[in-house]
Design a protein around this ligand. Sequence first.
Ligand code: CMC
Length: 426
Amino acid sequence: MTATINVDGKSGEYPVHAGSIGPEVIDIRKLYGNTGRFTYDPGFTSTAACESKITYIDGDQGVLLHRGYPIEQLAEKSSFLEVAYLLLNGDLPNQAEHDEFKYLITRHTMVHEQLATFYRGFRRDAHPMAIMCGVVGALSAFYHDSTDIHDPKQRVIACHRLIAKMPTIAAMAYKYSVGQPFLYPDNSLSYTGNFLRMTFGVPAEPYVINPVVEDALDKIFILHADHEQNASTSTVRLAGSSGANPFACIAAGIACLWGPAHGGANEAALDMLREIGRPERIPEYVARAKNKDDPFRLMGFGHRVYKNYDPRAKVLGAAATKVLDTLGISDPVLDTARELERVALSDDYFIEKKLYPNVDFYSGIILSAIGFPTSMFTALFALARTTGWIAQWTEMMEDNDQRIGRPRQLYTGHGPRDYVPLDQRG
Ligand code: CMC
């Protein structure tokens, strides 16, 4: 099938490629050569920048599939490590594959001892995401033997290292901020249990893992593991397209994730809910969100792709109630969140613009109940998303069509003009 594009009365045929599901794409790679015109799509609302087999989103229906499996099933039945294997390898592991993967990840959980010194260069009040950007970027200085991107074995080792070390790195960022000693990983624990212990344990006493908390956090990790070609994933791919090493690419992804329109929204959403404080104040904030002259937005609401309920928010909304009930925590912020959701979803502004709660709306309530400060929320997102980033990076490295990413522009600056010496400028 082809699509006809008419430019200046001359028509050209362009191939149309069909995916397995989802919209077809018009292949316009030859458009500039044929017509001397670029397409213009800031924000990439109509542009597919790559082919991928990892994650599929149907934003109108609120569907999210990883390698074909619905996110609801993975969140309910799977574990984060199993999902990591799935994203990286394409299929769920059998028992032997699962055990081997777990063993490999577990054997890479420690970080180079010199990294502890590296942390001490940061101010105590540094934001954990600032530390994560720096430390993950620095990994390429510590693991030279897995930075040759042309060696498939080294690529796999880099993937394992990144997935395994992110919990250690995030926990160290937290420990540093609260002035407690770093804890070495305990490889007898689960991926998520180990992270909880490194974060909340102290060397002076044993740390007892609450299985409800471990399960809830593992779910949060699953729900954040990958999300197709979002801003940070596209950043990782773009950085990788130049041949940068995987540690540098993931550091770039972390930097992009930090923004409040992306991963930083979980921190901003809980801050907002706490600021609203009680359900009676909701109309005031909803009015502000609707006011064009006020930059305020409902954080944790709206999504570029979902024009329906974000399926991850559904799972997290239910999990929030369960976690708070089990931990015996009565946090009025959950009531505020539920009421805000009810009010917004019955308001014409949000209905017309199809703005629904997204993954960041309820996750902060759970993370806060577990004991994480808001500043750690985006770091936890980065920990989990590293799996998706590295799976997408690997897919790109194995794609023969891969070229350096190089968007063009619509230039609206000055035309050519001559340099005027300083003493002659008015
Ligand atoms: N509150 C109030 N109005 C909103 C909101 C919101 N949260 N989100 C979008 N709108 C309005 C926006 O003002 C615009 O109105 P108009 O057409 O009259 O100009 C319309 O809805 C479309 O918004 P947009 O900014 O053009 O949409 P986008 O696809 O570029 O942005 C978004 C998507 C997620 C950045 C945006 O919805 C937003 O800023 N949400 C709040 C931040 C947030 O929760 N981010 C997390 C996203 S999910 C997790 C992740 O990606 O990491």
